[in-house]
Design a protein around this ligand. Sequence first.
Ligand code: NAD
Ligand code: IPM
Ligand code: MN
Length: 340
Amino acid sequence: MTRIALISGDGAGPEVMAEAEPLLDWARARGRRLEAKHLPYGAEHFLATAETLPEAAFEDLRDEFDAILFGAVGDPRVPTGRHAEEILLRLRRGLELTVNFRPCRPLPGTRMEGLHLEVFRENTEGAYCLQGSTEPGRAVDLAVHTEGAVRRLLEAAFARARARGCTLTLAHKANVLKHGHGLWLRVFQDLQAAHPEVPARSLHADALLCALVQDPTSFDIIAADNYLGDLISDLTAAFAGGMGTAPSLSWAPHRPFRCTALAEPVHGSAPDIAGKGLANPVGMLLSTALLFSHLGWEAEAQAVEEAVAATLRDGARTRDLGGNLSTREMGTAIRDRLPR
Ligand code: NAD
Ligand code: IPM
Ligand code: MN
């Protein structure tokens, strides 16, 4: 029995989760043995109980579930973002979900159609180690990189490049971040030597961004640390149609715990449009497809991706893409195209 935890979170999170959950019922109806459980963690729960993600709940997720499907966190009523840190970043780090995979497959009918770009973002450390201090007139944010996580992330990126038969580019700023990105460059060069069959290069991230905007087709897979990967993957989301369309899957290649994956859209809680039925569910539904693929349910993953593509090809659009469908109408249009 595959156990999946559903954490809808804040803002538009519950709206897009409501479109994804029926996909789990559909997979079950096709014979996949799965059990889904909603967990309440998010801003509402935090404001009501002062609880973010209790330690016992974290341990339960880690040891009693196989994967997590996540909406989004972030709420203007919690301006420090403390709950987002203690829920989402805690899960990414605590479950050692080193690899954050953010594919960019532009929508049918758009200028960039045919582009197949993938970002491999380290997901647990770097600038996200949350160590630092604020003193009068001075502020410090540390970035901690460990060889274990860097190697796991880059090994996953090399393996993917080999499987796709495509090029891999490392984004770094080792000319300035001599210690941290120096480590990234050393491990990258090590793996380049071990995988001469993979065309691999490293580029300074600033120059890379310019080249990426000028010609996205000159990249196939980009690997980056947590902070650069966060920025690069929002840019690639724009190529694919915008924040509402980009999916992601985080996983732990070394499988340290039962729970090895967390799927979530790249977008946040979108407080500006939340609660109005305006959020595009595509990023969430494609994230669910990535989760199916992680679970080995390839037929279901492919069917969801094809249903999304067919729906968009037929011209169905939410407002962010120039259409007038609501979140629910778009979700229904996609589900209607799934095979029974
Ligand atoms: P955001 O991604 O929530 O929104 C950025 C823009 O994209 C907004 O204009 C929003 O309306 C639009 N957008 C986002 N999702 C959309 C969707 N599904 N359909 C259509 N349009 C969509 O980023 P932000 O505004 O910088 O952050 C809002 C909150 O979300 C903050 O608290 C932030 O920390 C948090 N956040 C959370 C996650 C996450 O949970 N993984 C990711 C990013 C931001
Ligand atoms: C993302 C988000 C998160 C991040 C925030 C909400 C902490 O922007 O998933 O890309 O920076 O990783
Ligand atoms: Mn981000």
